[in-house]
Design a protein around this ligand. Sequence first.
Ligand SMILES: C[S@@+](CC[C@H](N)C(=O)[O-])C[C@H]1O[C@@H](n2cnc3c(N)ncnc32)[C@H](O)[C@@H]1O
Length: 231
Amino acid sequence: MRAVPGRTGQNLPRVTGNGRAAGRRFDRDHGVTTQALFFLSQLGDAGGPAYARATHYEPVPVRSFRALLSHVPEPFLRTSVFVDVGSGMGRAVLLASEYPFKQVLGIELSPSLHAIAQTNLSSAADIPTRCRDVRLRCGDARRARFPKGDLVIFLFNPFDDEALRCVLDRILSSRSDWDEVLLLYYVPVHRDVLLERESETVAEPAEGLVTRFPARRGLFANKCSAGCRSR
Ligand SMILES: C[S@@+](CC[C@H](N)C(=O)[O-])C[C@H]1O[C@@H](n2cnc3c(N)ncnc32)[C@H](O)[C@@H]1O
């Protein structure tokens, strides 16, 4: 992955030819279809406000995903639900199933991409799965009901800043005071939105941004901080 100047002035990662080649290899090795690049308008799905705010479809490079996941401490990972907001054809969901999350969930706006992800999930071969509860949902993440408990939210630049505000508000307002949210943001174009909220930056690796919204109270407040800081 190479860094290129982003809209907000800082360096942002970009999927390179190597990343795409590794993506095609991932598809071949597991008998799935995830490597593609296009705008949602090319799919013929219904339009509407959510589509107007959406970016495009492109899968996260395998190596970048794993690098971002390395910032999640194992004990926190085991008690959390992983949510890919804008799960596309399901690459990040398939990769997340290799980790011992309590549950892995993908939420995707486009019915066409969701259908491909479902096929991928049912046909994927040789994925060293450690999470047995893997789900896909089709719908607008701005209207989604997010699972209760600790969350690891993954975003690969799915939409504009307004949609991100909306999704973040939904996640943060529906959690209990004991729940902690760790957010992995690949290509963090709208990082400023996170800084508007009470987030703490855990790490800023080349692959993106890792931030956390600590539990507001309870015995387990700051549960992931020690592990996060040590990485
Ligand atoms: C850059 S792709 C990332 C795909 C996937 N997360 C991955 O890494 O392989 C962004 C995805 O977000 C989806 N998306 C955009 N707006 C959305 C919304 N409001 N709700 C759910 N999904 C959305 C797009 O359809 C697209 O599939």
